[in-house]
Design a protein around this ligand. Sequence first.
Ligand SMILES: [Zn+2]
Ligand SMILES: [Zn+2]
Length: 796
Amino acid sequence: MDGSRREGIQERTRVKLHVKGTVQGVGFRPFVYRLAERIGVSGSVRNITGEVVIEAEGTMEQIRSFRFHLCHDPKPPIRVNCVEETRLPLIHDDSFLIETSREDGAATIGSPPDLAACIECIRDIHNPHSKYYRYPFTSCTSCGPRYTVLRTLPYDRNRTTFASFPLCEACRSEYSVPNNRRFHAQTMTCPQCGPTVECRSTDGVQLSGDALQACSMALREGGIAAVKGVGGFHLICDASQEQAIHNLRTRKHRPRKPFALMARDINHIEDLFVVNAAEREALLGPEAPIVLLTPKEKAKQVLPLSAIAPGLTRIGVFLPYTPLHHLLLSQSSGWFVATSGNVSGHPMTYRNEDALSRLQGIADVFLLHNRDIAVPIDDAVGHVVEQEFRLIRRARGYVPLPLPIPLPPDLKDGCHPAVLGVGAEMKNTVCMLHNGIAYISQHLGDMDTNEALAIHRQVRDHLMRLYGIEPDIIAYDPHPNYAISRETMKSNDPNQIRVFHHHAHMAACMAENQLDAPVIGCVLDGSGYGADGSIWGFEVLTGDYVGFIRNRSIRPFLLPGGEAGIRNPWMIGAALIYEATGDLLMVQRFIMERFPGHRERLPIVSAQLTGKLPTMRVSSAGRLFDGVSAILGLCSESTYEGEAALLLSDLVDPFADQAGNDMDKVGAYPFDVVNENWDVTATIQAMRNDLDTCLPMSLIGRKFHLTVAEMVVEGVRSAAEQSGIRQVVLSGGVWNNRYLMSAVKSLLAREGFFVYTHRTVPSGDGGISLGQAVCGLWRWAREHVLIGTNESDRGV
Ligand SMILES: [Zn+2]
Ligand SMILES: [Zn+2]
């Protein structure tokens, strides 16, 4: 190295680094502080606008090394995605500082999501020499509750529900020592200064002795415990005791809907379930979601699987994510059934007094604690499809992570209206969008009770407070019977924009994948209000965020009984057979053979099918799956939303990995295209023939799935011929079907299409609020520009 180069390296410099990624509320600033101390650079670190800004001064060599370690050393939950560097003049400071959040920054600093207990904290609670031994609220800068304890920003302890627990002397010293894991940990706490647990009986009396042991004892004896966790209450019982599970089902009025399993550790899971690399990574991530897994043969001997998830081949499994759950599981069989602590049809309970009153009659004991939950949140649920983890329910661990979205080109600089998407009626979420970033709320469930609407308002206000945003535009679904839409329309706000359900689905998938050019959208779901006022749900659309046209859909078929038909898929099966054959006798024989229990309803259903009673028609993939599920004899009555369709997708799920090749081996049923509609008359007839010749059920199921895949591909091909577009998005709840998604992706790829799917945004109605918000913004921007032109003045 020559003299001038060496001089260059020794030369002092000052840089500003903008760091993006998962860098707030995860101990990133203490990490940066320690790194700066180690390398010997001066400067500062602070949080702004969803990113961290570092100023660093030192020799060129020191800065280079600092930048390298900044990008390569962080461990999860910290994720550094991008570092931008700019030069600053030297100021010759001599120390490195963590700047505390300023009040005026509240509008721009994001809230971190809740993080599962880290390995080191778990070690602490099992270490008899640690001050955290058996302490259920142990946390550090890498772990602990965040979003659910934060009342307002910026993220400092006095604005969380830990505010009423000031740090003791010992904790304060850990908090202020830079090389301690709890340096600047806002939610740290210990048995001396922190929250406490208590166990109560059904009559509200506090049980004496150790609360955790009292609860564990009740669980071992087959009892049901209501346990307050991070975002609300769980109802928990020992998963190895079939009677306890039956009691839970009976008391919760939940005959068949699957329960999730919480396992002591990853070894327990890998012992009983097939776990691939992507599933393992999802299970062990700081989000600790529920992951759908396939049990091994051996699992049946250890756990009563048919009681846990009746009729299903996959089960939701997750790891404990708080020290409290870890401690309970360490004194158990190793497996809990854990389900949301709610009364069926109502939102999850998250306050002590509500739990004691509402879960009375379900739980035998209540494990409570005195740290408030600022905002309730459920567990997230997802599964791995084609080696990628995809969320079915976006909730704890993922909220409120920011999602960058494409901005309309006609939006003028500095003009960034805030948009609120109020979401769909079922599986609701709300979405707040500002400055090119979308914040999607947690899953809020169905909006059919006043209680649910109140939680919707609470969460919406919480997000608005956290980000200091007041919406300028409100986007909603024009469905006349959506309670959430009616409430929006009632407010008479002038800046309301209607976004149709399936347009919002398509836009959500575009936004998640950062697409800003027109696409072909394949939207398959249960039901949504269509632009012509009828019920849609099986569409190929072409469009962008501003508008769409409908290229293809399934020919509307009869839905006898309306809502009753949705709960009784045998009625849809009967309608499909009737429309395919026109033979009422055949329908009657089908019902007598397959569903003799419903024979007394034959006259009414016959009248509905033949038009003697008024009957609605729907164009929905979900209902088609329901009907076929009934024709195959898998499900006659749905006890929970989507049960029949789920049983049908579950039938073919074991073949999901080979779905792409099945088209050549298994083949599809025939179908027709009549007046831009797919017609399934030939499909149902051929399927009936296969049933008569006793072809294996799973083979018929695969042929049916491949038929649906062929219809989608035919629609895309035809839309592409008209528009020249090659980019395709798949959205709507039906895409949670792994076999169907794999088949369609592979068939479209063969024809040279670029296929985009959902990952962190649910493909079901949980993604609707995002789609509404982005469409709202783009439509507003377009109209705003048009208003200033002559064309618009002429009313064109
Ligand atoms: Zn920790
Ligand atoms: Zn303490």
